[in-house]
Design a protein. Structure first.
Length: 311
């Protein structure tokens, strides 16, 4: 199934239907490509798609845009951040096939649901479409920066924890800056939000690596848990997540709003942080650690959602 030789069974996933009307082909192809792109990104929308769209909507909401303009901004954000995540996942899974065979065997490229040649074609088209979309929205600089960070991470940098964590942590900037700038120019508040999130994420993203330690060791990748030891990493992350609500309080939510709704928002985000802090010391299974990391993604989206009341 994973061979890319001339076997018709392998080429079929990327091939268009051989028969049918032009209208049927016109409808089938984009629907199929949209579904396939979802297959590539479906493990990561809480990290790379929903947060950007949510933050865009929050900023647009506070600009009091008319309904028509708000709808255009929302649709543009959906397209932009879909491509933001799609370009990352395509190159990540293309470069990480050996790792995915160990850690994530359900991904489409490893399963043989798409060919290597077809994936390379999609990478080329997506890497063209993303900066062009950014240019149309006035955020092309951030699109190019994210593409450079994507290539750094996926082609070599992810093998060492410093580069991997820096790209993911400071990848917050080329996500949230265009989410804000699509609607209005960046302000001091925008930079405070971005840095207040980027720095904690840099230190806490090793929670992502706990689930894949076996595969990372087999592939000789130097992740944070492998570099500093699993016990230290779990204790470090437990302390970090226990303290993370202080960042939410002093630098994000209460720093910008005195509305009574800020307190329930803080309580919700703090509950997610403390859930992670409680879970992370317990070494059980890779699936358990994966769920713990999911709570971190939920926190990221939730704290950005507080921008509806905190900006």
């Amino acid at each position: 199934m994973t061979s890319t030789s001339g076997n018709p069974a392998v080429e079929a996933p990327d091939s268009a239907p051989a028969r049918g009307s032009g209208l049927a082909l016109f409808v089938h192809w984009p629907v199929r490509e949209l579904w396939l792109s979802w297959r590539f990104i479906r493990n990561d929308p809480w990290a790379g798609f929903y947060p950007g769209v949510v933050f865009t909507l929050a900023v647009a909401f506070h600009q009091h845009l008319p309904p028509g303009r708000f709808t255009v901004i929302a649709l543009a954000s959906v397209v932009y951040f879909w491509l933001y995540l799609y370009t990352f996942c395509l190159t990540n899974q293309l470069a990480g096939m050996p790792e995915d065979r160990l850690n994530k065997p359900s991904r489409p490229l490893v399963k043989g649901d798409v060919t290597l040649r077809g994936t390379l074609l999609r990478v080329t088209l997506a890497f063209l479409a993303f900066p062009l979309t950014g240019w149309a929205l006035g955020v092309w600089q951030w699109a190019l920066l994210w593409q450079a960070m994507t290539l750094l991470h996926n082609l070599s940098g992810a093998r060492h924890w410093v580069i991997k964590n820096a790209v993911i942590g400071f990848g917050v900037l080329p996500m949230l800056a265009p989410a804000w700038q699509i609607t209005t120019p960046l302000t001091a508040d925008a930079w405070r939000w971005m840095l207040a999130l980027a720095i904690p994420i840099f230190f806490l993203i090793p929670v992502q690596d706990l689930r894949d330690m076996h595969g990372d060791a087999e592939l000789r990748r130097t992740t944070f848990p492998l570099a500093f030891g699993e016990i230290f990493t779990r204790r470090f992350l437990c302390a970090g997540f226990a303290l993370l609500p202080l960042v939410d309080h002093f630098l994000i939510i209460r720093a910008t709003s005195a509305t009574p709704l800020a307190w329930p928002a803080e309580a919700a985000t703090a509950a997610l942080c403390w859930t992670i802090a409680w879970r992370v010391p317990h070494r059980r299974t890779a699936a358990y650690d994966h769920r713990t990391y999911r709570f971190f993604e939920y926190w990221y989206t939730a704290v950005l959602a507080t921008a509806f009341i905190a900006l």
